[in-house]
Ligand binder design. Structure first.
Ligand SMILES: [Fe+2]
Length: 295
């Protein structure tokens, strides 16, 4: 199972795509049905889709998997009572599978047979998405739900987050203990620390300063720099997240504490708590489909 992409709807989608293409740096993958598809250097057909719409919301977060994983998932989802439906993706790359609405409204899509594309050689492009994080009213319950129904595994619990993996990467998603439900942020995997730092430089050239970072996280050990994009979402340059074994010991909040005045391993970064809090509430999920019994 791999995290592939996020599909978002927003006003002025073309302007948002322009920021990503020319300042953030990502590659164009095509425009179809009022939707701008943006890809990284890896083999996924796109990483983010921006569809023109009146309101800002997340249509889905998409994972790709094998047929046997989808078959097992369908059975657990059908038994769970969660809203779900079979889907054929109309997005770039196609694919078939299911979409599931979690208890707090998060919309996760699982596809098989989605096409892949030839990689691009460019050390400044993100290679893929490394994680998409959700705000949750009840992060603990969300962690249990995705373990039970989606077959995901909680990697670590901190005071602020429940980190969840769906393969050997420490986390592909996480639930923030926010007290409300929304998209928290989208993280792009960069080739190395240099690529993260060059990304920060590109943003600085256009008067964007990091909302948090650069720094190195505790859980996952990844290097990060967060920005608030002009279209309202929080986006992250990230690299070198830990790979973990199947028997990785789940960390608890007391295992992940910082000395006073520190919020990361390096202790060099500031954090715009207020700005991030506002931006992290800008995108909620919106379900525009009716639940159906899975065949
Ligand atoms: Fe992150």
């Amino acid at each position: 199972m791999k995290l592939r992409s996020i599909e978002m709807v927003m006003p002025k989608a073309a302007e948002a795509a322009d920021f990503m293409l020319n300042i953030w740096k990502i590659a164009p993958a095509g425009v179809k049905n009022n939707t701008h598809y943006l890809r990284g250097s890896g083999s996924f057909p796109y990483l983010v889709a921006f569809e023109e719409g009146e309101k800002s919301y997340v249509r889905s977060v998409t994972f790709v998997c094998e047929q046997h994983e989808l078959d097992a998932l369908k059975q657990r989802v059908a038994a769970s009572g969660l809203a779900t439906k079979s889907v054929e993706s109309m997005d770039l790359g196609g694919g078939k599978g299911i979409i599931v609405e979690l208890k707090e409204g998060e919309l996760l899509r699982f596809l098989v047979g989605s096409e892949e594309v030839a990689p691009i050689e460019d050390k400044d492009l993100p290679t893929k998405l490394t994680h998409v994080v959700f705000n949750a009213a009840d992060a603990e319950a969300s962690g249990h739900l995705v373990e039970d129904v989606l077959g995901f595994t909680v990697s670590d619990r901190t005071k602020g987050m429940v980190f969840v993996r769906c393969n050997d990467s420490h986390h592909s998603t996480a639930f923030a203990r926010a007290g409300f439900s929304s998209l928290n942020h989208i993280a792009f995997e960069m080739q190395d620390v240099d690529a993260v730092m060059r990304g920060i430089g590109r943003l600085r050239d256009h008067q964007f300063t990091p909302a948090w970072g650069p720094g190195r996280h505790g859980p996952g050990d990844n290097v990060y720099a967060y920005f608030i994009a002009p279209y309202g979402a929080v986006v992250e340059f990230s690299t070198a997240v830990n790979k973990v074994p199947a028997d990785y010991k789940v960390g608890e909040p007391d295992d992940w504490t910082w000395p006073a005045n520190r919020i990361d391993q390096w202790g060099v970064s500031d954090k715009d708590f207020d700005g991030l809090k506002i931006a992290e509430a800008n995108f909620k999920f919106y379900r525009d489909w009716k639940a159906e019994t899975l065949s």
